[in-house]
Design a protein around this ligand. Structure first.
Ligand code: AMP
Length: 316
């Protein structure tokens, strides 16, 4: 455990962090029916921070090994992501490998090598502790609780999780769910966590645990926001070709929180508007592997697609 922690060189004069994102940072090998991409940049924090960076000043909290390619650190800086919270530990970076089936809607994990991620202990730099928006992406619920002990009353906390934590750390997961503003999870996880097949019943049970909002992700079918007052649907932007759905949920979450931070509001209508931006950014993200599409994306392109998206949903 005698590890040396070295922080990346701070970016000088960067603006205050509005949104702090804590999650995995890793190298992914992804196989689709047509392409194999090896050791590309991945991890929940990479996708979420890149997506949020179009709208707000975002700070990343994660860990990588000394083998982490410098070009990826440079890419974070190109996005304007504050990396003061990214630890570099002696050892190998988290590695994950997955394979998609013919129709791209099913994926199986081939390899998960935790490496330095196994001993990750998130520490927020002082400038992140007053961030008004916080995304607890997919890490162990105990670490998510550790992050919550470091922040000063954020206005909005979004929580993500996965099957693994429902199976091995349910008690801690329920504890952290009780402390957040919104919980996001996919339909399978919502059913698994509550034992309810109906998503409406599952969302009602999840609202009882404490969050004001539950966002259930349904992949290419969009997402559903549940509040105590009602239900709101956000479709996914229809695409002809999806090249790589990896990280779509994290891209959605980052885009959503970034847009919410930009609005300066946390009302239900601001949340609904921000969800459409989450959906739009995710639609760009899946057009290419890793962050390849997001790194070429501009805000005017996002706004153009957002206008088209609104038109698609309007009733004439
Ligand atoms: P998603 O498609 O939303 O499941 O996110 C995929 C990303 O999550 C990939 O870039 C992986 O590096 C990362 N990932 C895969 N397994 C884990 C895990 N057990 N913990 C944290 N991140 C993971």
């Amino acid at each position: 455990m005698a590890k040396t922690t070295r922080k990346t060189a701070p970016v000088s004069n960067h603006p205050p962090v509005e949104l702090a994102i804590v999650g995995s940072v890793g190298l992914d090998t992804i196989e689709t029916p047509v392409t194999l991409k090896e050791r590309v940049l991945g991890g929940s924090a990479s996708y979420a921070c890149a997506a949020a960076s179009f709208f707000t000043q975002v700070g990343m909290v994660g860990v990588v090994g000394t083998d982490f390619p410098k070009r990826y650190l440079n890419l974070y800086r190109q996005f304007g992501i504050d990396t003061d919270g990214l630890q570099i530990q002696k050892g190998k970076t988290f590695f994950w490998s997955g394979v998609y089936e013919q129709n791209m809607d099913h994926r199986s994990t081939r390899i998960t090598e935790l490496n330095v991620f196994a001993d990750f202990c998130p520490e927020l730099p002082p400038a992140y502790r007053t961030a008004q928006y916080l995304f607890l992406a997919n890490i162990s619920p105990d670490l998510q609780l550790h992050v919550l002990s470091q922040v000063k009353r954020p206005r909005f906390i979004l929580l993500d999780t996965m099957d693994l934590w429902i199976n091995v750390a349910k008690e801690s997961l329920l504890k952290v769910i009780g402390k957040v503003t919104m919980l996001t999870l996919n339909e399978h996880e919502a059913r698994h966590l509550t034992g309810e097949h109906s998503l409406v019943k599952a969302a009602k049970a999840l609202l009882m645990l404490g969050p004001k909002y539950i966002c259930i992700k349904k992949g290419e079918h969009g997402s559903i926001l549940f509040t105590r007052k009602g239900i709101y649907l956000t479709p996914a932007f229809p695409l002809e070709v999806v090249h790589d759905p990896t990280g779509a949920g994290d891209t959605f979450a980052g885009g959503f929180l970034g847009a919410l931070a930009r609005s300066g509001l946390v009302s239900e209508s601001a949340i609904r508007k921000a969800m459409t931006y989450g959906s739009i950014i995710a639609s760009f993200g899946v057009e290419a592997f890793s962050l390849d599409r997001l790194k070429k994306l501009s805000l005017p392109e996002i706004e153009t697609r957002a206008r088209l998206f609104r038109k698609m949903g309007s009733v004439l």
